[in-house]
Design a binder for this molecule. Structure first.
Ligand code: ADP
Ligand code: MG
Length: 323
């Protein structure tokens, strides 16, 4: 039996709230800001066929829709507080809604972020989430803080989500267990929320990797007015990716997209503090290059002391209106 709009909201999207003064059900939710903190707000939209394949299991989709938003809070060093869910779906079916809500709310609980409202309509499957977090005044990590001489770091491994996509497209092959692992990276990314907060006061700039390393590093470069050098052999990759042909590895590592790792910079003297932040948050961190003066532009070398930079013309960052 199909549910009505309000039954559906009541049944799946009205969990009790503890931190918010008022959750869903009224015209607005009410949040209580902590004195001395700034609010961090971000929205991400997921559209079927563009951001996810129709083959994805609903619980994983619920997870991913929130994960990509939490990743933005992580990149700012913010602590998650509350989120809203704008949902357009073709049919109100329990077989979709129950697992979708459970994947979504399980990740919410893990990060202590509360669903406090939203909007629901019939239409093509589209999920818009707005997250609200908070960060001590003046300590938010921004894209604009990188300076020449800073070192460039990344969390976790790069390229697995793209490798999974290439397997789905029939462009790569993997044994079953390796495929499940990279598919998990694509469908159930783990936002680096604890690392982001541990990097407050340590990192000079940060961004989360959603559109591929080169494209997202380009955002740091533009906002900070700097150049950058990346060492290809330093880029952290899974055993599954390391077993692929070099050209595919490069594509996945440099232009992969959907990594949801943090790319950040820190002064050279802060390397120990960066490693400590990685340890404290249980997140691997790897140094992958250096920030340079703007005039040096963007260069990728095969290794740290390489002489000839790679030709980057094949790796434009992802742009939804150009590709
Ligand atoms: P309005 O039209 O006045 O904005 P709605 O009828 O759209 O209110 O929603 C009723 C209540 O249910 C609101 O409190 C809204 O925040 C909440 N709500 C609607 N859709 C969702 C959803 N997908 N997830 C969580 N809460 C929702
Ligand atoms: Mg509404």
């Amino acid at each position: 039996m199909a549910l009505g709009e309000f039954d559906l909201i009541e049944k799946y999207f009205r969990p009790p709230v503890q931190r918010a003064a008022l959750g869903g059900g009224d015209d607005c939710a009410l949040l209580v800001p902590t004195p001395g903190m700034q609010l961090a707000v971000s929205t991400d939209l997921l559209v079927e066929g563009r951001h996810f394949l129709s083959t994805v299991a609903p619980d994983r989709l619920g997870h991913k829709a929130l994960a990509v938003n939490l990743s933005d809070l992580a990149a700012c060093g913010a602590e998650p507080l509350a989120f809203t869910l704008a949902l357009s779906l073709p049919r109100a079916e329990a077989s979709f809604l129950a697992p979708f809500a459970s994947g979504l709310l399980a990740l919410a609980e893990q990060h202590e972020i509360e669903l406090v409202g939203g909007d629901t309509t019939a239409g093509p499957l589209t999920i818009g989430i707005t997250v609200i977090g908070e960060v001590p005044e003046g300590l938010a990590l921004l894209r604009s803080g990188a300076a020449p001489g800073d070192e460039l770091w990344v969390s976790g491994c790069l390229g697995d989500a793209r490798l999974a996509l290439e397997v789905f497209r029939g462009h790569a092959e993997l044994p079953g267990d390796a495929f499940s692992a990279v598919r998990e990276a694509m469908e159930r990314p783990q936002p680096r929320v604890a690392l982001g907060q541990a990097l407050r006061g340590v990192a000079s700039a940060a961004i989360d990797l959603s559109d591929g390393l080169l494209g997202d590093l380009g955002h740091i470069r533009r906002r900070s007015g700097v150049g950058a050098t990346v060492w290809l052999d330093a880029l952290p990759r899974s055993a599954a990716l390391a077993a692929q042909p070099l050209a595919l590895q490069r594509e996945c590592l440099l232009a992969g997209g959907d990594d949801y790792e943090l790319l950040f910079t820190a002064p050279a003297g802060a390397a120990d503090a960066v490693r400590a932040a990685g340890l404290a948050s249980g997140t691997p961190v790897t140094r992958i290059g250096r920030i340079e003066p703007a005039a040096l532009g963007m260069k990728v070398f095969a290794e740290a002391h390489g002489r000839d930079p790679l030709d980057l013309s094949a790796f434009a960052g992802f742009d939804h209106f150009k590709s």
